[in-house]
Design a protein around this ligand. Structure first.
Ligand code: KG4
Ligand code: ZN
Length: 329
């Protein structure tokens, strides 16, 4: 069963064909990073216009060598995300479904991130292994830091979330404070490589709660930088360590508490090799993490998620709407 996935929730226009929820046939991502970088963040109006310009060429490229008769369903991200950006993808997906008669699945972007692990992943053993339920999912992206227990396909129970900044958002803000540009995650990871994590920064443990908070560490760094006492590389390394310490400790504690068989990492922050490496090295529970290009936004994860949704009979209709604030669990 081949699914065409389409993703336009934020600043990547993406389309992909995935077979049986795991084999990537094509995976095209047109990033708008260069366009938004000069503004220091995503400009929603600019993003939706750019999606309009690139969505058809991106889908054509993903469909190269394939015909609509070869495709068994369309999976489209309908939330959460930027309303104007989501609208471009959802309306085009509905038009394709209407023209071809193919079934349509409206996909939760957060659930799609988790399904990147069904495409390809690293583990401590170096082997691909089967995902085992229940598994503990940590989704760390630009908009979310969510801990969820996944009890089966499409069955999620929320255990914790960020109370303020998402992990990726904190990376982006910290990078701006350090003058490292946008997007902040890759810039901090690169700069941290030449620094030492010698600066004490706070960690928000929140009395053992499964929730996260990253605004305090960001503000502490702002004060340090304003006093002009620190090297940028040391600050980047110390910030990355502070975020990693909290993510690793809280996720492992939640996995033990919920008796999860595995930990599944996903979202843009999981592309950070230092953070992913800490999980792989320290967790007593097996950890799966997708390769970096499948952690950040892409449509292959949407197609993989769509396969399981369509198999479960979860189809959308032509009146499907965008849900910018859609949650999971
Ligand atoms: O999942 P994603 O591509 O988009 C959203 O759904 O938000 O995540 C983007 C976020 C950004 O905040 C970006 O700075 C962060 O992921 N990110 C990273 C790295 N690569 C991307 N954070 C830390 N280290 C990285 N290498
Ligand atoms: Zn995302």
């Amino acid at each position: 069963m081949k699914i065409l996935g389409i993703e336009t929730s934020c600043d990547e226009t993406a389309a992909a064909i995935v077979e049986n929820g795991s084999r990537i046939i094509s995976n095209v991502v047109a990033s708008q990073i260069d366009i938004h970088a000069r503004y220091g963040g995503v400009v929603p109006e600019v993003a939706s216009r750019q999606h309009l310009l690139t969505i058809i060429p991106v889908i054509r490229e993903a469909m190269t060598g394939w015909d609509w008769h070869d495709i068994d369903g369309i999976a489209i991200t309908h939330g959460p995300g930027l309303a104007g950006s989501l609208l471009v993808g959802v309306n085009l997906a509905k038009a394709i479904a209407l023209a071809t008669g193919l079934p349509l699945a409206g996909i939760n972007h957060l659930e799609a991130h988790v399904y990147a692990n069904w495409l390809e992943h690293f583990s401590a053993s170096g082997q691909e292994s089967e995902v085992k339920f229940p598994c503990l999912c940590l989704i760390v992206s630009g908009g979310h830091s969510d801990l969820l227990l996944m009890e089966g396909h499409g069955r999620f129970r929320a255990l914790g979330r960020t109370r303020d900044d998402a992990a990726g958002e904190a990376f982006d803000k910290a990078a701006r404070i350090l003058g490292l540009g946008y997007p902040g995650g890759p810039a901090i990871e690169k700069t941290a490589g030449s620094g030492s994590p010698c600066i004490p920064l706070p960690r928000a443990w929140l009395n053992g709660s499964n929730d996260f908070s990253f605004s305090g560490v960001k503000t502490a760094m702002w004060h340090l930088v304003n006093r002009g006492e620190v090297s940028v590389a040391d600050a980047a390394a110390s910030f990355q360590l502070a975020v990693a310490d909290v993510l690793v400790a809280k996720t492992i504690a939640a996995a033990k508490q919920s008796k999860a068989e595995q930990i599944l990492l996903s979202g843009g922050v999981a592309a950070n090799r230092t953070i992913a490496g800490r999980f792989l090295a320290e967790s007593p529970v097996p950890v799966l993490v997708p390769p970096p290009h499948l952690c950040t936004d892409n449509a292959a994860m949407v197609a993989a998620c769509g396969y399981y949704n369509l198999k479960a009979g979860k189809t959308g209709d032509y009146d499907m709407d965008v849900v910018p604030g859609l949650g999971l669990g």
